[in-house]
Write a new protein. Structure first.
Length: 74
């Protein structure tokens, strides 16, 4: 997998905290940031999925059980 450079500006206090955090734990800043970005993307995707699920009609649990039993899956 190739790599691309990302240039951004962040508050100097956040950058200092990041430097100290990673240094204290022996972490590479690049890897830490990649993981943090991926975690945040996943979090947004989860929220999106929840919003979609809220719009779906729910089914009565007893009806689901009957259907599973009738199909031999339960």
């Amino acid at each position: 997998m190739g790599a691309k450079q990302l240039a951004t500006k962040i508050d100097e206090n956040i950058k200092n905290a990041l430097d100290l955090f990673c240094e204290d734990r022996g972490l590479k800043i690049n890897r830490f940031l990649e993981d943090a970005i991926l975690d945040k993307i996943e979090e947004y995707e989860d929220v999106s999925d929840i919003r979609k699920l809220k719009k779906e009609k729910s089914r009565d649990f007893q009806d689901v059980l009957k259907e599973l039993k009738a199909s031999g899956k339960l």
